[in-house]
Design a protein around this ligand. Structure first.
Ligand code: 5GP
Ligand code: MN
Ligand code: MN
Length: 475
């Protein structure tokens, strides 16, 4: 495959065949090499460039790896006029995302209590099916959540105004319960406030490095401060929405499916009923994911109050980002302002300072970007960078990115050894199963520091602070 370096950390795959635009790979040499080794990631980013209405280039970020049709770590922006929406460009876990909470505590305050912390959080935040989380919901509540997301949580007394202000889109998109399949709703009823399996986690972290004092101060982060990172999405509900709409698209557009370089790219033209129903359902699932992360936030506030006596309002939301979503945004393309539908799959919005969609408190600093690493390495807080609008439709990476398949990781690691090693490094892990620990071993992920270096060097998301895990629960 022809691929050329056009600037430092910027590679381009020129247009060929049915590609409507070139493909762009933002990576360092070693990270590009990882994508090459994996095989189809670059093929996928090229396939995405065939999407109707796609603008500028199909993008893959430094954490990019193989996904369903579209790579994880990919951005595809299409024209609202003449473009198409593709579930594969959003992902099965609709509005999977990350939030970070700051606590008034320092590392010294929690040191020695990790075991209690992990146990209490594990009790309050269920991982799997059926048990129900911190917020009990019935079928009608689910409709309210699908329609209003964080606003429903506020009305019900599970969130503050400040929580809403610190979510991307205020924690609500125009979702429509009527567009969400009944089976999806059923799956959602007992899942509000539950973590989900495998890669999802709730992690207590210690801020170890601050790179940008002014921005860290604006975000309320300080060295040695304790923060909590929550990574979860829309659970079975979102998965069911994605699955049922893929099936509907395949049914309604059989000729299209046959003509695609990969049937997993299936899409519907914006404006068609199928496309608009999916969009309203997807927004509903996004609202569900916000409510889910918010319910876990309430559980964290309670656990910290019980264990450390901290007031619940002193555990504040720094920010909440979506990394599996498509949204309408205005971007400049060839000197023209255009309304685009920006698909971000395993990609984080990273709007720069001054952008009107950055909350007022952070307007001069840029939007916080929350970038997890692994349970044994660093995670980062970045700030949306000056060049993100020009290079990546206001986006950057969403994590370190997977390096080894789950199967391979289970062969290479054992849970007992890993947990013991991590304990020696001051990290307490509690997981539903040993297999999860092995699958999520730090070695199963790429080098997060390298991913962040690329983002920072390109100026799409710049370094603010870095954290280390202290306690981690996963599904
Ligand atoms: P994804 O949304 O693609 O499943 O995962 C996002 C990112 O989370 C991964 O690329 C990985 O870097 C990171 N990650 C996975 N497990 C953990 C964990 O237990 N702790 C932290 N801090 N990051 C993790
Ligand atoms: Mn997810
Ligand atoms: Mn995710």
């Amino acid at each position: 495959m022809e691929i050329t370096e056009v600037a430092e950390d910027v590679y381009e795959i020129p247009r060929s065949g049915d590609m409507r635009v070139p493909a762009r790979v933002y990576a360092s040499e070693p990270l590009l090499e990882k994508m090459r080794e994996e095989g189809q990631t670059l093929e996928q980013v090229r396939n995405v460039a065939t999407l109707p209405g796609i603008q500028k280039y199909s993008v893959v970020l430094p954490d990019g790896h193989l996904g369903y049709g579209f790579p994880i770590g990919g951005v595809a922006a299409v024209d609202m006029d003449g473009g198409a929406i593709s579930p594969g460009g959003i992902g099965f876990d609709i509005n999977c995302g990350v939030r970070v909470l700051r606590t008034p505590l320092d590392y010294g305050d929690v040191r020695g209590s990790e075991e209690d912390l992990v146990e209490r959080l594990y009790d309050l935040v269920p991982c799997g099916l059926g048990k129900g989380g911190y917020v009990r919901t019935d079928r009608d509540d689910v409709d309210g959540i699908l329609e209003r997301g964080m606003e429903w949580m506020l009305e019900e007394g599970h969130a503050t105004e400040a929580d809403l202000e610190h979510c991307e889109e205020g924690g609500r998109l125009p979702g429509d319960p009527d567009a969400v399949p009944e089976n999806a709703k059923k799956r959602g009823v007992k899942q509000v406030g539950s973590l989900g399996s495998g890669n999802h986690f709730l992690e207590v972290q210690r801020v170890t490095d601050v790179y940008d004092d002014a921005t860290a101060a604006a975000y309320g982060l300080r060295e040695d401060g304790v923060v909590v990172m929550i990574h979860s999405g829309s659970r079975g509900l979102g998965h069911q929405v994605c699955q049922e709409y893929i099936r509907r698209f395949e049914r309604e557009y059989p000729d299209l499916v046959d003509s695609l370089p990969d049937r997993q790219l299936v899409y519907a033209p914006i404006g068609d009923d199928a496309a608009e129903d999916y969009r309203r359902a997807m927004y509903g699932a996004a609202n569900f994911a916000w409510a889910n992360r918010q319910a876990m936030t309430q559980a964290v506030r309670r656990a910290f109050r019980e264990l450390f006596g901290t007031a619940e309002e002193s555990v504040e939301l720094v920010y909440d980002v979506c990394h599996n979503i498509a949204k309408e945004e205005t971007h400049e393309v060839d000197g023209e302002r255009k309304d685009l539908l920006v698909h971000r799959k395993g990609a984080t919005r990273a709007f720069p300072a001054g952008h009107p969609q950055v909350p007022p408190a952070y307007r001069d600093a840029g939007q916080p970007v929350l970038l997890p690493g692994s349970m044994g390495t660093h995670s980062y807080v970045l700030a949306g960078g000056e060049r993100s609008m020009e290079l990546s439709f206001g986006s950057t990476a969403h994590g370190a990115g997977r390096l080894k398949s789950r199967t391979q990781a289970k062969k290479d690691y054992t849970a007992g050894d890993l947990k013991q090693r991590l304990r020696g490094e001051g990290v307490y892990v509690k997981a539903r199963s040993g297999a999860t620990v092995a699958e999520e071993a730090p070695g199963a992920y790429k080098d997060v520091d390298e991913v962040v270096r690329v983002s920072d060097r390109l100026g799409i998301g710049t370094k603010v602070a870095r954290m280390r895990p202290v306690a981690n629960i996963k599904g």
